[in-house]
Design a protein around this ligand. Structure first.
Ligand code: GAP
Length: 509
């Protein structure tokens, strides 16, 4: 089973993610979140919201509609410029994103580089310095130079909309169709990614609308409403989470690239000329947010954009090491005053801020942070899922979710289904459920119940046994270390509150 298949199958078996409308054989790149998935997703969303809105007195939230006036998308540039470069293989009749074909080619070179580094690490043992090796080993340096040259040329061709050169690059690199192995390609063409729909009862009076391809525009058009009613002073931010829709052509890799997905975006409004400093600051703050989850600094990296979107003067991705390699998880964009100015132009309404300190009106600049909630889900889920071999040679499936994000925080397990143990366990559950997501399980041997909770990512199990009846103590089992400790029944709530206190997770960001 490939890695990705393993994640898809675990997500289904344990009630995290189901294919959409599965009884009708599903719908490509559309997924439903199941009972545990929806809780994990909500916890990620809450973790983001708290860090952005609750912890920043100058950031407020909104929830704008998915439908927006169609002129919004003319003004934002999406009608004219929200395109992907597509190429068809004439033999397999499969359609690809031309830029993704080239990026995948580079990912293969990167894999070769990784193999060289792993081999060298084995050869040199403890003395191995990977950073030095990467900059001095001729083969690795050569691979890196090749990647840089290819990506630079791709970026420049896309920037200039030189689609002929993108095709030439695919030919020169001898990239073959992954399906047919053939190199019989069409020209590269642009394809708009927005979904159209209609508003209105009759065909004649209906108005053409788009499903929003990003949540950001709902923030821009509300900028002055929020600024005035919230008496916000620049610099300030507006945050929003919500669905976005894109008619992705290469929709694959499970929930990495979906046609209906959720974004968590924040627009930070700043005085013109200060964008560089805020851009650097938000890059770091957002990286720190990711690092606070404890999934390993080595799994993140920045990728500064060569090709800038039509609205940006600087942009970077925070990339995460997904099972299929380093890929974009979040975008940080310095969007200048492009959007607000353009909405002023198209609407004829002023979208300016009066700065009392400078005693002047201006259109603010914007630094945006934008992370896909589903992509964040995949990052957390794929990092967390692992097979472990235990000391006795047996194996267990472990979903090592950061405890703050786990769908169920604690499972209460009576050792046996009699002698008053279930009653005591249910009392404890009633006590804890006010503050934590609690599960109760009395079926099967306790060892099997532990394994099931491990696979669901539940960080703690509390077992009620006969000793509990005598001295009101229970065992608390830690999912990762599998260590069990005997503690007072009355101490359980306090211990969980401490371990799951969001302050302890977010205080260093
Ligand atoms: N408002 C800026 C914006 O939308 P983007 O880089 O196109 O920028 C931001 O998207 C984030 O949204 C990405 O980093 C990714 O996490 C997520 N995203 C974009 N397209 C997606 C898709 N088709 N499926 C899942 N997530 C997606």
């Amino acid at each position: 089973m490939t890695d990705l298949k393993k994640f898809i199958s675990h997500a289904k078996e344990y009630g995290f993610v189901f294919p959409s409308s599965e009884i009708y054989d599903g719908l490509s790149a559309v997924y439903d979140y199941a009972q545990n998935g929806v809780a994990l997703k909500k916890n990620i969303r809450d973790y983001w919201w708290k860090s952005m809105v609750q912890l920043h007195s100058n950031i407020v939230g909104i929830d704008a509609s998915i439908f927006m006036h169609p002129t919004t998308w003319k003004a934002s540039g999406h009608v004219d410029a929200f395109n992907d470069p597509l190429i068809d293989n004439k033999d397999s009749k499969k359609r690809y994103r031309a830029d993704v074909l080239v990026e995948d080619y580079c990912a293969k070179i990167e894999n070769k580089m990784d193999k060289e580094i792993t081999k060298a690490a084995k050869r040199f043992g403890e003395a191995f310095n990977p950073e030095e090796f990467k900059t001095t080993n001729p083969r690795v340096v050569g691979y890196q130079e090749k990647i840089n040259t290819i990506l630079k040329r791709l970026g420049q061709s896309l920037e200039k909309e030189d689609l002929v050169d993108v095709r030439n690059l695919i030919e020169e690199l001898e990239i073959a169709c992954p399906e047919s192995g053939s190199r019989n390609w069409t020209d590269v063409k642009q394809f708009n990614l927005m979904f159209g729909t209609k508003l209105g009862a009759s065909a004649e009076s209906a108005m053409d609308l788009y499903l929003r391809p990003e949540t950001a525009q709902g923030i821009f058009v509300n900028f002055l409403n929020v600024q005035k009613t919230g008496r916000m002073k620049i610099p300030f931010g507006i945050a929003q989470t919500g669905k976005a829709f894109r008619n992705e052509i290469v929709a694959r890799q499970f929930i990495f690239r979906m046609r209906e997905f959720e974004q968590m975006e924040m627009q930070f409004f700043i005085p013109p000329g200060t964008q560089k400093e805020w851009y650097d600051q938000w890059k770091q703050t957002r990286l720190n947010w990711h690092l606070s989850l404890g999934m390993g600094a080595e799994n993140y990296r920045f990728h500064d954009h060569e090709k800038l979107a039509h609205y940006a003067d600087a942009a970077a991705d925070i990339e995460f090491k997904f099972p299929f390699g380093f890929k974009e998880l979040e975008g940080i964009h310095s969007r200048t005053d492009f959007d607000l100015k353009s909405h002023e132009e198209f609407s004829g309404k002023k979208l300016q801020y009066f700065d009392p300190e400078l005693n002047e009106n201006y259109v603010p600049y914007v630094v945006e942070t934008s992370v896909g909630l589903d992509r964040m889900f995949l990052a957390v889920f794929s990092w967390a899922l692992r097979e472990e071999t235990l000391e006795d040679g047996s194996t267990r499936t472990l979903l090592k979710l950061p405890a703050i994000l786990a769908p169920t925080k604690v499972a209460i397990l009576p050792l046996v289904k009699k002698d008053g143990l279930p009653e005591l366990a249910k009392q404890l559950m009633d006590d804890l459920k006010w503050n934590h997501a609690v599960a109760y399980d009395e079926k099967d041997a306790v060892g099997r119940r532990y394994r099931r909770q491990d696979a669901l990512g539940t960080p703690y199990c509390i077992t009620i046994d006969h000793q509990t009846l005598e001295d009101r103590t229970v065992t608390i089992r830690d999912r990762d270390s599998m260590k069990q400790e005997r503690i007072a029944l009355d101490a359980v709530g306090g211990i969980l509150n401490e371990k799951l206190d969001i302050k302890n997770w977010l205080k260093n960001i």
